[in-house]
Design a protein around this ligand. Structure first.
Ligand SMILES: [Zn+2]
Length: 156
């Protein structure tokens, strides 16, 4: 695909996007990418899977969502909207139902599903979140390795 921008313009645009990096999905991706290193494939916004996961790590069968505090009704920041209540209340409740259904569908496909709240991906808490994810990923990778070993054994 040809770019309408010159390389210089494009890299300027991309560096601006990277340095602003405020979107929770971006922050989540950067953390996971850093933790997993370059050798594992990470797919983003995977529309062929239920709920269009923000991140899929195919080799681990792991799906990770960055959940917006408002749209996904975070217990700390998911306050009830004050205007257009007739629109928002049913919509948010539909969101929640759809989330649950999508994640159940993913689990049925043998994906492990993790969710990370938007507030955990903000600048002030990203370091803590990264440390938590690091621990979780390390034990998860071990778990998957054991599963694969077990599976191989049972075939023989
Ligand atoms: Zn929140």
């Amino acid at each position: 695909m040809t770019d309408i921008y010159t390389i210089q313009e494009r890299s300027k645009i991309m560096s601006r996007i990277r340095s602003s990096g405020t979107a929770p999905e971006e922050a989540l991706y950067s953390v996971v990418r850093e933790l997993l290193g370059d050798h594992r494939r990470i797919d983003r916004n995977v529309s062929r899977l239920p709920g269009q996961p923000d991140i899929i790590v195919p080799s681990l069968k792991l799906a990770i969502f960055a959940d917006g505090c408002f749209y996904h009704c975070c217990p700390n920041h998911g306050r009830k909207p004050k205007s257009n209540v007739d629109y928002w209340i049913p919509k948010l409740s539909r969101n929640r139902k759809r989330d649950r259904a999508n994640r159940a569908a993913l689990r049925k496909m043998r994906y492990t599903v993790w969710s990370v709240w938007e507030h955990s991906l903000k600048k002030h808490s990203i370091q803590r979140t990264s440390a938590l994810l690091k621990k979780r990923l390390a034990s998860f990778v071990m778990l998957r390795r054991c599963e694969i070993k077990r599976r191989n054994r049972s075939i023989r």
